[in-house]
Design a protein around this ligand. Structure first.
Ligand SMILES: N[C@@H](CCC(=O)N[C@@H](CS)C(=O)NCC(=O)O)C(=O)O
Length: 237
């Protein structure tokens, strides 16, 4: 059985969805990032970059256990292990990989930084907040345009590109507001379509369960937040 180390954040939600879509049995080991468990020595052996998600597959390549971190790598690993959620046709497969990389390089980091400046930065960071909000809106527009011409990100097939992007873009109305969300009807249509998938409903219920077992950001102590964000006594520069 695969072990998933995580909590309830979008990068972890991707892996829950993939495991449910692929009907792979898994157990969850919660990592309480808002109390600093990602810095524990045992967890750093799994991911030296101190971030969730991580999976351990006891039945990895060559029948040996395999540990995998970085959500995009995990999605590729699970898709290739099962031969699902990635098109067989090489061009369509690389269409999926391109949009997966767009999620990893742009959607996640831009929305992630926007949320940071929205929720966690001290007052007086308006330039940074505006920059990341603008970038989050810009990439949502790019995806909306793609979904105008295609049912899913890689074309006609639901793939790991959709699995990676949905946990971030389902939050567009909450993060960017209803007026901005209304400018992206294709994203709204695609989110609704993915919301209805039984595996996604199951995954989101599991995510609610892990949220109940982990500390949420509003309960984190100031010192744990400083450590996680590398600021205050933990700043390197
Ligand atoms: N690019 C990484 C990002 C992982 C990431 O930022 N994980 C967050 C939760 S969403 C985390 O572990 N944060 C703890 C920390 O930064 O100390 C991935 O997609 O797996």
């Amino acid at each position: 059985m695969i072990t998933l180390y995580g909590m309830g954040s979008p990068n972890v939600v991707k892996v829950y969805i993939a495991l449910e879509e692929l009907a792979l049995p898994y157990e969850v080991k919660p990592v309480d990032v808002f109390t600093g468990q990602q810095f524990d020595a045992d967890f750093l052996k799994l991911n030296p970059n101190a971030k969730v998600p991580v999976i351990i597959d006891p039945d990895g390549p060559g029948g040996k256990p395999y540990t995998c971190f970085e959500s995009g790598a995990i999605l590729l690993y699970l898709a290739e292990k099962t031969g699902k959620l990635l098109p067989a046709d090489p061009a369509a497969k690389y269409d999926a990989v391109q949009w997966l990389m767009t999620q990893m390089s742009t959607v996640g980091p831009m929305f992630g930084q926007f949320v940071h400046y929205l929720r966690f930065a001290p007052a007086g960071n308006d330039y940074s907040k505006s920059r990341y909000q603008t970038q989050a809106i810009r990439v949502t527009e790019v995806i909306d345009h793609r979904l105008n011409a295609n049912e899913y990100l890689a074309g006609g097939e639901y793939t790991i590109a959709d699995v990676a992007t949905y946990p971030w873009l389902r939050n567009v109305p909450a993060l960017l507001g209803a007026d901005i969300a209304a400018k992206f009807p294709n994203v709204t249509r695609w989110v609704k379509q993915i919301d209805e998938r039984p595996a996604v409903k199951k995954a989101l219920a599991e995510v609610d369960a892990v949220r109940a077992r982990t500390t949420q950001f509003d309960k984190a102590t100031p010192v744990n937040l400083d450590k996680m964000f590398g600021r205050g006594q933990f700043a390197a520069a």
